[in-house]
Design a protein. Structure first.
Length: 131
Protein backbone atom coordinates (compact mmCIF):
# COMPACT_ATOMS: atom_id res chain seq x y z
CA UNK A 1 0.00 0.00 0.00
CA UNK A 2 1.47 3.43 -0.93
CA UNK A 3 2.57 5.70 1.89
CA UNK A 4 -0.17 8.21 1.09
CA UNK A 5 -2.92 5.57 1.24
CA UNK A 6 -5.29 5.37 4.21
CA UNK A 7 -7.24 2.25 5.08
CA UNK A 8 -10.17 1.62 7.35
CA UNK A 9 -9.92 -1.20 9.85
CA UNK A 10 -12.24 -4.13 9.04
CA UNK A 11 -14.87 -4.71 11.70
CA UNK A 12 -14.33 -1.24 13.16
CA UNK A 13 -18.00 -0.24 13.05
CA UNK A 14 -17.58 2.23 10.19
CA UNK A 15 -20.49 3.17 7.95
CA UNK A 16 -21.43 4.33 4.51
CA UNK A 17 -24.56 6.37 3.94
CA UNK A 18 -26.48 7.47 0.84
CA UNK A 19 -28.50 10.67 1.26
CA UNK A 20 -30.93 12.29 -1.14
CA UNK A 21 -30.36 16.06 -1.09
CA UNK A 22 -33.28 18.19 -2.30
CA UNK A 23 -32.12 21.74 -3.03
CA UNK A 24 -34.25 24.89 -2.69
CA UNK A 25 -34.31 25.31 -6.50
CA UNK A 26 -36.15 21.98 -6.83
CA UNK A 27 -33.19 19.94 -8.10
CA UNK A 28 -31.99 16.78 -6.36
CA UNK A 29 -28.82 14.74 -6.16
CA UNK A 30 -27.40 12.00 -3.94
CA UNK A 31 -24.53 12.35 -1.49
CA UNK A 32 -22.61 9.11 -0.85
CA UNK A 33 -20.49 9.31 2.30
CA UNK A 34 -17.84 6.93 3.62
CA UNK A 35 -16.49 6.94 7.15
CA UNK A 36 -12.72 6.74 7.63
CA UNK A 37 -11.31 4.49 10.36
CA UNK A 38 -8.65 6.75 11.83
CA UNK A 39 -10.18 10.16 11.56
CA UNK A 40 -9.88 12.39 14.61
CA UNK A 41 -11.90 15.12 12.90
CA UNK A 42 -14.58 12.58 11.90
CA UNK A 43 -14.83 13.78 8.32
CA UNK A 44 -16.56 11.64 5.67
CA UNK A 45 -15.25 11.01 2.16
CA UNK A 46 -18.12 12.37 0.04
CA UNK A 47 -19.21 11.88 -3.56
CA UNK A 48 -22.13 13.54 -5.36
CA UNK A 49 -24.17 11.22 -7.61
CA UNK A 50 -27.04 11.69 -10.01
CA UNK A 51 -30.46 11.39 -8.42
CA UNK A 52 -31.81 7.84 -8.58
CA UNK A 53 -28.41 6.16 -8.88
CA UNK A 54 -27.49 3.56 -6.24
CA UNK A 55 -23.76 2.84 -5.99
CA UNK A 56 -24.52 -0.66 -4.69
CA UNK A 57 -26.64 -1.55 -7.72
CA UNK A 58 -24.80 -0.03 -10.69
CA UNK A 59 -22.00 -2.01 -12.40
CA UNK A 60 -20.25 1.24 -13.46
CA UNK A 61 -21.02 4.87 -12.62
CA UNK A 62 -19.41 8.28 -12.32
CA UNK A 63 -19.43 10.50 -9.26
CA UNK A 64 -18.12 13.93 -8.34
CA UNK A 65 -15.74 14.06 -5.37
CA UNK A 66 -16.84 16.97 -3.21
CA UNK A 67 -15.53 18.25 0.11
CA UNK A 68 -15.51 15.95 3.10
CA UNK A 69 -18.65 16.23 5.26
CA UNK A 70 -19.12 16.08 9.02
CA UNK A 71 -19.80 12.67 10.56
CA UNK A 72 -23.13 14.02 11.84
CA UNK A 73 -24.50 13.24 8.37
CA UNK A 74 -24.31 9.51 9.18
CA UNK A 75 -27.36 10.09 11.40
CA UNK A 76 -28.83 13.36 10.16
CA UNK A 77 -32.04 13.74 8.15
CA UNK A 78 -33.93 16.98 7.71
CA UNK A 79 -33.40 20.61 6.82
CA UNK A 80 -29.78 21.65 6.21
CA UNK A 81 -28.75 24.92 7.84
CA UNK A 82 -28.34 28.07 5.78
CA UNK A 83 -31.25 27.32 3.47
CA UNK A 84 -29.29 24.60 1.64
CA UNK A 85 -32.23 22.22 1.27
CA UNK A 86 -33.32 18.98 2.90
CA UNK A 87 -31.60 15.59 3.17
CA UNK A 88 -33.25 12.19 3.50
CA UNK A 89 -31.39 8.92 4.13
CA UNK A 90 -31.80 6.36 1.34
CA UNK A 91 -29.69 3.75 3.14
CA UNK A 92 -26.92 3.20 5.66
CA UNK A 93 -24.61 0.18 5.38
CA UNK A 94 -21.65 -1.12 7.39
CA UNK A 95 -18.31 -0.31 5.75
CA UNK A 96 -15.71 -3.08 6.04
CA UNK A 97 -12.87 -1.43 4.20
CA UNK A 98 -11.94 1.90 2.63
CA UNK A 99 -8.54 2.26 1.01
CA UNK A 100 -7.83 5.76 -0.29
CA UNK A 101 -5.05 7.00 -2.53
CA UNK A 102 -5.12 10.26 -4.49
CA UNK A 103 -6.27 8.45 -7.64
CA UNK A 104 -7.88 5.15 -6.49
CA UNK A 105 -10.42 4.27 -3.79
CA UNK A 106 -11.27 0.66 -2.90
CA UNK A 107 -14.46 0.14 -0.93
CA UNK A 108 -15.99 -2.99 0.59
CA UNK A 109 -19.38 -2.95 2.28
CA UNK A 110 -20.54 -5.65 4.71
CA UNK A 111 -23.16 -6.97 2.30
CA UNK A 112 -20.45 -8.08 -0.15
CA UNK A 113 -20.47 -5.03 -2.42
CA UNK A 114 -16.93 -4.19 -3.51
CA UNK A 115 -16.19 -1.11 -5.61
CA UNK A 116 -13.06 0.38 -7.11
CA UNK A 117 -13.07 4.07 -7.96
CA UNK A 118 -10.51 5.70 -10.23
CA UNK A 119 -10.13 9.43 -10.74
CA UNK A 120 -10.97 10.25 -14.37
CA UNK A 121 -10.21 13.96 -14.01
CA UNK A 122 -10.47 16.01 -10.86
CA UNK A 123 -13.17 15.97 -9.41
CA UNK A 124 -14.79 13.16 -11.49
CA UNK A 125 -14.35 9.52 -10.47
CA UNK A 126 -15.48 6.33 -12.22
CA UNK A 127 -16.53 3.43 -10.00
CA UNK A 128 -16.91 -0.21 -11.02
CA UNK A 129 -18.17 -3.22 -9.11
CA UNK A 130 -15.36 -5.64 -8.31
CA UNK A 131 -16.03 -9.35 -8.70
Amino acid sequence: MPLDARESVPGSGRSSVLLEHALPDGTRHLDWMLERASNAERRLVTFRLESGLDPCEEPVFEAERIGDHRAAYLEFEGEVSGGRGVVRRVWRRPLLSLIETPSVHRIELADGVRLTGTMVRDPIWRFARAS
